[in-house]
Structure formats: structure tokens, C-alpha cells
Write a protein that binds this ligand. Structure first.
Ligand code: C2O
Ligand code: CU
Ligand code: CU
Length: 461
């Protein structure tokens, strides 16, 4: 019953080819929350992504996009995962300051969920924002083939928007008939990562999404791709940045170009033009490269939003680090260029990328690698990061929210995040209070990079 409610709520149907919804725009949308919790079934199934044929994808609840899960800040989210894949899986809740036992990392925080098994995730969501969920094993294949979904934690107090538009960005590597090309090309894995060739937003190629004319819009953009970096931009800087990677910015500012690498998110506020039929394209723009991702189009509405500016979202209860007393740790991200590994489609154990000269050696039930750092609960830390490679890396830390303090390549107004995008040769500083005990993964979110060495974990106790 619960499952049926959820499937209906997310506009998906069981069995057969599933037509993705054109838009996940929802006014309010709170009625779609089943407060008793959610069921997610991971299983192979067809997704209609290209005209040439169905794609043999891996799906949650038989469709793409996967159900959008919602919970209110300060409440518990309960999700029962059932694994109907032919291989083990887990669910990781990206960006949540979660109970470590619910973090979804195989062998580190829980045993893998084997085919035919179920596991119930049940955890508190202390911070409001735009988050997502995905497996944390066989990631090149499981994420690459569709196991990615959106998790929204609504602010404790409703925020003044008329319409919410969720834009989940993901590229696919497909042949014309919809079948998958190899998901990883070894030569690309050791560069920027293997890119897809079919770009989608909510499972649709370049969709047009209808929004109410004059409406006050909240756009939630998520990079659910394994490798691609989007440089988001709207015409005439008409949108306002209100949250980065789920975390509200203290002073909203007008969007110029925002780099959103794998795993990262961006919340924008926007007051739609009051005339119907106006189109607002959203671009990926870097230098002369300029590609439309999707567009919004206004439709007649009764809404007449006061054309005041977009206000800041309420801050999340993340403790502020004590910079004067913080302990400093240094991390260098490098490559061991002499290796010429062969990356099998879907996985590799060969280290190529390193953190402080160590490549991730893998993890199994009996063998836990040593942590990259051991932190003390409640203490403040500064991490000095150095990307000593000619490629960019979105460095992600589980279970903790850090403040990005400074960079040697760009002017930074400090902001909170769970992922910092380090450009080639960049040095940056982040700081946080180690307020959440457990073993927390610390890795690059270019999935092939994490699979080939750029991964480790820290402990907080
Ligand atoms: Cu999306 Cu280990 O993370
Ligand atoms: Cu994560
Ligand atoms: Cu990387």
C-alpha cells in the first residue's frame, strides 16, 4: 500500500516502459509525502531515454527519475531498500549530517545489501536543503545506469515560493538503440572522467518546463552525473543563488556562472516574468562553450508575486568552527602517472589517483584500510587541500558540513558545503567542527576517480 502510494505520488507506473515525467515542478508538494516512510526497490528495468529504443537501466521503483523523497527538517526519514539487482548495493544519503550507521558505505558503516535482501534506513535530518541518494558500491555501473534520486529536506518553516522546480541533471552513454556503451573508458578515467553522450534533465533531453507567469520560483539543480561538470548560467543573470550544495548562503547573490561538478547542487530563486509564453533557457557555459540544458516557459497564472528580491533561507544549525584554535591537516591530491591500469567496465581496484600518497586499496569485511585522519569529537579543524593534478576534483566529505574559507585561485565569500570543487593545481582551505561521530568517507565525486584511488575516510570519535 505504501509502495503504491509512493509510485502514484511520483507519477511512475509499475512494469513496462516508463515514461519519465516532463517536469517535477510541484506547487507546495507537501501532500505527496507519505509520512510513514518510503519503499525503494532497486531492480533492472527499461527507461525510455532515446527514440531508438528502451535503455536496460537500473531503476528505483521501476522508473526514471526515481521518486523524490521529502522529509521536514528535524524529522526522521525512514526508507526500506529492497535489492532486486543481481549484485550487492547500499544507499548513501549525500550531504546529510547523518547517523553513521545509516551512511550506506559497504563494510565501513554496514554490510552490503545482498541480492534479495532488504535494509531499512532510518535517520534524523537536521538540516534543510537539496540532497540526493545513490548506492555506494559498484558505483560506476549502478549510478551510471540510473540509480540516483533526489531527497528534499523542507525547511521547518515553509518558505515563500509559489513553485518548486527540481532539475536532476544526468548524462548517459548510449548507443542509438538505447543500449549502453561501456560506461568507463580507461583513458578518460585517468583524465576528467568518461562523459556521456545523451544529456538529460529528469530523464528528458532538453525539456521545456512550464512555470507560472509571475511566480516566485525555487529551482533545485542537482548534478547526478558520474563525471560531468556543469557551469550553470542564465541569461541576464536573472536568478539568485540561495543555497549551495544544500546549504543556504548567508547573503543571496545574482548568479553569473556556477560550477557544479558531480554530486553538487545549487538552489536558485527566480521571479518569473509576468507575461505568459516567455522562455528562460538554462545554460552550461564555459568560455566559448555554450549549451542549453533545458528551458522554463511561463504559462498564464493568477499569481502576482510582489517583485521584491529573493530573501535568504534560514541558516541550518551547523556549528561554526573556532578558527583560532582549529587543528590543521593537510591533504595533497596527486596522481601516480607511471601506472597504466586497465579499468574493467564498472569497476577497478587499481589505484592511480592518491590522497597523501595513498591510493584507496579497497575495503572488504575483514580488511579496513587505515583512516586518512583521526579527529576528536567536538574539536575544530582546518583542512588545507592541494590539488596537484591537471584535472579538477569535487572533493566530498560524508557526514559533516564544512565552511569553504579561501582559495589561491578565486575570491571566496565563505560558504558551507559538503563538496569542494578543486580546479587543477588549486589550493584551498576548509574548516569544520567534527560534530558527528563515525567513520566518514572522504573522496573525489568523479566516480571513476574514486574507484581508481581518490578515496579514503576519516574518523571522528
Ligand atoms: Cu555522493 Cu560518497 O558520495
Ligand atoms: Cu556523500
Ligand atoms: Cu577527481
Amino acid at each position: 500500500m505504501k509502495r503504491r502510494t509512493l509510485l502514484q505520488a511520483s507519477g511512475l507506473a509499475l512494469g513496462g516502459a516508463v515514461m519519465p515525467k516532463l517536469t517535477l515542478a510541484m506547487a507546495g508538494g507537501r501532500d505527496q509525502l507519505d509520512r510513514a516512510g518510503y519503499e525503494l526497490v532497486a531492480a533492472p528495468g527499461p527507461a525510455q531515454l532515446v527514440d531508438g529504443g528502451a535503455t536496460p537501466a537500473l531503476l528505483y521503483n521501476g522508473g526514471f527519475p526515481a521518486p523524490v523523497l521529502r522529509v521536514r527538517q528535524g524529522e526522521r526519514l525512514r526508507v526500506r531498500l529492497t535489492n532486486q539487482l543481481p549484485q550487492a548495493t547500499t544507499l548513501h544519503w549525500h550531504g546529510i549530517r547523518i547517523d553513521n550507521a545509516m551512511d550506506g558505505v559497504p563494510h565501513l558503516t554496514q554490510p552490503p545489501v545482498l541480492p534479495g535482501e532488504s535494509f531499512t534506513y532510518d535517520f534524523l535530518c537536521p538540516d534543510a536543503g537539496t540532497y540526493w541518494y545513490h548506492p555506494h558500491m559498484h558505483s560506476v555501473e549502478q549510478l551510471g545506469k540510473g540509480l540516483v534520486g533526489v531527497l528534499i529536506v523542507d525547511e521547518a518553516e515553509p518558505q515563500p515560493f509559489d513553485t518548486e522546480v527540481i532539475l536532476g541533471l544526468k548524462d548517459w552513454r548510449l548507443n542509438r538503440d538505447g543500449s549502453f556503451m561501456p560506461l568507463s573508458d580507461p583513458r578518460q578515467a585517468f583524465r576528467a572522467g568518461t562523459l556521456g553522450n545523451v544529456a538529460t534533465v529528469n530523464g528528458r533531453q532538453r525539456p521545456t518546463i512550464e512555470v507560472p507567469a509571475g511566480g516566485r520560483l525555487r529551482l533545485r539543480l542537482l548534478n547526478l552525473d558520474n563525471s560531468r561538470e556543469f557551469n550553470l548560467s542564465l541569461r541576464d543573470n536573472e536568478a539568485t543563488v540561495i543555497a549551495i550544495d544544500g546549504n543556504p548562503v548567508a547573503a543571496p547573490y545574482s548568479l553569473d556562472v556556477h560550477a557544479m561538478a558531480s554530486g553538487m547542487r545549487l538552489d536558485l530563486g527566480l521571479i518569473a516574468p509576468s507575461e505568459a509564453g516567455v522562455e528562460i533557457p538554462i545554460y552550461d557555459r564555459k568560455g566559448r562553450f555554450h549549451q542549453e540544458i533545458c528551458r522554463l516557459r511561463t504559462v498564464p497564472s493568477k499569481i502576482d508575486s510582489p517583485r521584491r528580491g529573493i530573501a535568504a533561507l534560514p541558516a541550518n544549525p551547523v556549528p561554526a568552527p573556532d578558527l583560532a584554535r582549529a587543528e590543521v591537516h593537510r591533504f595533497v591530491f596527486e596522481w601516480a602517472g607511471a601506472l597504466s591500469p586497465t579499468l574493467a567496465d564498472g569497476s577497478s581496484d587499481r589505484a592511480f589517483w592518491t590522497i597523501n600518497r595513498r591510493g584507496w586499496e579497497g575495503i572488504s569485511a575483514g580488511q579496513l584500510p587505515a583512516p586518512l585522519a583521526e579527529l576528536e569529537l567536538g574539536k575544530s579543524y582546518i583542512f588545507e587541500l592541494h590539488n596537484a593534478t591537471p584535472h579538477s576534483h569535487p572533493i566530498h566529505l560524508h557526514g559533516l558540513i564544512f565552511t569553504v574559507l579561501e582559495s589561491d585561485q578565486r575570491e571566496i565569500t565563505p560558504f558551507q558545503s559538503d563538496t569542494i570543487l578543486l580546479q587543477k593545481n588549486e589550493r584551498a582551505k576548509i574548516a569544520f567542527v567534527a560534530d558527528n561521530p563515525g567513520r566518514w568517507m572522504y573522496h573525489c565525486h568523479v566516480i571513476e576517480h574514486m574507484k581508481t584511488g581518490l578515496m579514503g575516510y576519516i574518523t571522528v570519535s
